[in-house]
Design a protein around this ligand. Structure first.
Ligand code: SF4
Ligand code: MG
Length: 333
């Protein structure tokens, strides 16, 4: 497979009155053409900041790294070149379509605008394409629906409209940040199915950002688990679901909401909270919440260990270089 996107050693910080927040701390991963990669982790783990930085829409400061999109470093493009990338090559959808749709503009107009601006289509051709896109995302009677306003659509239908807008210019990459979190379970499943179907039709690569490992099994090829601004584990869906290696991934898997439960809540069942990213710990960032933490974990940052050609983990438990422990690994409380 051919690489579409490669993020290398990305670090992003925010300057605040309280000091500098190290939100993303040396993140590397890649997305192949036609592939779906899920980035999973609790809120504040840096997953949204990472995706916003790919789009160059973050107010944060990029401290280091490269974001190679078809070999070009997006961090080096001018704002004008970047606008073209955003309109044509990378589409993005967010959790709440209401905040990204313009309430005073018809849906047809909102889809058509990007097409006129970035593809140079005439108004008529752009509106025809808008109808076609609404049909593609499963909105009934698209010819009359394009004349309606966002408030005339249900939450699930609005998310379909957002997908139509994001895909209208046929981007190579779609970044979806919690696209189904605000929706109820049945609609969530429909939106995930739709994204999968469109990906097969259009060959778009997808980065799916979510706090809920439960939604990725059906759609992702690979999963990247982030914690406290770092990638702690990465693998194929099968490797992450059937052979997870990191205690944080174990916790995430245990807290996958059941189908009959309320899926709108953030994953809370892992006790404790992530570390303060004003002053990240020098050792493993998960140590304070980890049932398996050893002395080495608190003092030294675990390095990456390869589990397979596609599976890597940063945890001393899996690291052959870890000092041998005499006593069994027991929880500290
Ligand atoms: Fe737990 Fe240590 Fe692994 Fe961190 S490195 S996840 S503290 S066992
Ligand atoms: Mg987020």
């Amino acid at each position: 497979r051919e690489k579409l996107l490669e993020v290398r050693n990305l670090a992003v910080s925010f300057k605040t009155y309280g000091g500098e927040v190290h939100a993303v701390r040396g993140v590397s991963f890649h997305v192949d053409k036609g592939e779906t990669v899920a980035i999973v982790g609790e809120s504040g783990c840096g997953k949204s900041v990472t995706s916003q930085t790919i789009m160059r829409l973050t107010p944060g400061i990029v401290k280091s790294g490269e974001i190679l999109f078809e070999g070009r470093d997006l961090l080096k493009l001018s704002e004008k070149e970047m606008q073209r990338v955003r309109g044509k090559e990378i589409g993005m959808i967010f959790q709440d379509p209401m905040t990204s749709l313009n309430p005073t503009m018809t849906i047809g107009r909102q889809i058509a605008e990007g097409l006129m601006k970035h593809q140079g289509l005439s108004k008529k051709d752009a509106l025809d394409r808008a109808v076609e896109m609404l049909r593609l995302v499963g909105i009934p009677q698209p010819e009359s629906r394009i004349k309606q306003y966002p408030h005339q659509f249900s939450g699930g239908m609005r998310q379909r409209v957002m997908i139509a807008i994001a895909l209208a210019c046929n981007p190579k990459l779609l970044i979806a940040d919690e696209p189904t979190t605000a929706l109820d379970v049945t609609i969530q499943a429909q939106i995930i199915d739709l994204m999968k179907e469109l990906q097969q039709k259009m060959g778009t690569s997808i980065i799916l950002i979510t706090h809920d490992l439960g939604v990725v099994a059906d759609i992702a090829d690979r999963v990247i688990v982030m914690y406290a601004g770092k990638v702690v584990e990465e693998g194929t869906v099968d490797e992450i679901f059937y052979n997870p290696q990191h205690p944080y991934t174990w916790g995430l898997l245990r807290s996958v909401p059941r189908l009959d439960a309320d899926r709108s809540q953030e994953l809370a069942p892992i006790p404790g909270t992530p570390p303060d990213l004003f002053a990240p710990p020098k050792g493993c960032p998960f140590a304070a919440r980890c049932d398996y933490a050893m002395e080495v974990c608190r003092d030294y940052m675990p390095e990456e260990t390869a589990v397979s050609a596609t599976h890597r983990v940063s945890c001393w438990l899996q690291d052959p270089r870890a000092p041998k422990v005499e006593q069994p690994l027991v929880a500290e409380g």
